[in-house]
Ligand binder design. Sequence first.
Ligand code: GSH
Ligand code: FE2
Length: 441
Amino acid sequence: MHIIRINDRLSVSAQPDPASFATFATQGYKALINVRPDGEEPGQPGNAAEQAAASASGLSYSFIPVAGSRITEADIAAFQDAFGSAKGPVLAHCKSGARALTLYVLGEVREGRMQRDEVEVLGRNHGFDLSAAVRWLDADAARVPKVKAWFDVRTSSVQYIVIDPASKHCVIIDPVLDFDEKSGATGTMNADAILAYVAAEGLTVAWILDTHPHADHFSAAQYLKGKTGAPTATSDHVTDVQALWKDIYNEPEIATDGSQWDRLFADGETFKVGSIEGRVLLSPGHTLSSITYLVGDAAFIHDTMFMPDGGTARADFPGGSAKVLWGSIQQILALPDETRLFTGHDYQPGGRHPRWESTVAEQRRINLHVAGTDEAGFVAQREARDLTLSMPKLLLHALQVNIRGGRLPARENDGRRYLKFPLDALEGSTSDFRGQGLGGL
Ligand SMILES: N[C@@H](CCC(=O)N[C@@H](CS)C(=O)NCC(=O)O)C(=O)O
Ligand SMILES: [Fe+2]
């Protein structure tokens, strides 16, 4: 296996033997980046073996598995992060070295340290054909709308800004209001990062959109409305979710008419992001009021499908249905093959870095829960899996904020806000007291 030195900081290679990692460390390498999905060919050592060998040799290790045809912005950012935080020279590998070098040059061009026209020359100088990297850059430059994503590590949520470059109008989708359940502290770090981007890029926020009442985090829609003046919107079916949870919380003062949002979208309704049309598709199953936003060729599919290696969302919350979810997924998969699909969560299967963008064609072909099955098979598998999942740790915290459109409960006479938890109220949910059922006190 031949190591190709690209510059002082980076070398690339074909698949190394983990037994040589200790030698790499003595040669001065500090970090190893494995860009190769497991199982590409027989005999490949794989992530777990490489991680163990790297750790035994004192090398830092990152797993950024990509197939050449499916590189996304998240992969490029993950490579730049791993490369940028390395304490010295980095050895990045895939099968031949080409994908590792491709991820590197795409990041360098996007961050302005290299020109598009230098890419193929650099490749040729080291024996690689980087024409696919140039095609990726050209396709990316032509993509409308532009999509910028933020991954929230605490809740594994993905928040988006969708931009019409011509008018600089944008929409914000599924922003997170930070919450630490141990201390009861709320925070606006995620939302403020979005606001900073809006300001730096000179964007006008046209809409603040929620795809569904989230069960694992608070929505920052109200906070962002206060800061930008932009209207908020969600599905008109949110009233059904409000009615359901108002009873669970026994909170008679919560309005269940959706008046907490500026607009409620019916299935098929449209809105504008500058000159680009956005369309709403009702996508229930995960919740009663889940919707997909289709903006140009980009669909924000939230908790229907995750990345293909993560499968699909659970369907066991109050009002959820695996059968209904299957129908919503089929509707998304009927969009044109090249439609970009942006998911709402990524739980990083196998410990890979966070990813959130796929295409209809990819999901149809390889989604873990969808490809090669039918409705009955999907429903059986989904329901069986849901029986094994605990409720999200913030379910009871989050719903009482999110059915109020992201408003925290009103301050009480001491000036503080309080959350309220019903005990033994979620009939049929899987509790961590598995097999012992809900309490009967
Ligand atoms: N461990 C997470 C689980 C969150 C969760 O249940 N997420 C939903 C989407 S809101 C889901 O579909 N999860 C699928 C899965 O965990 O397989 C938490 O406690 O917050
Ligand atoms: Fe969800």
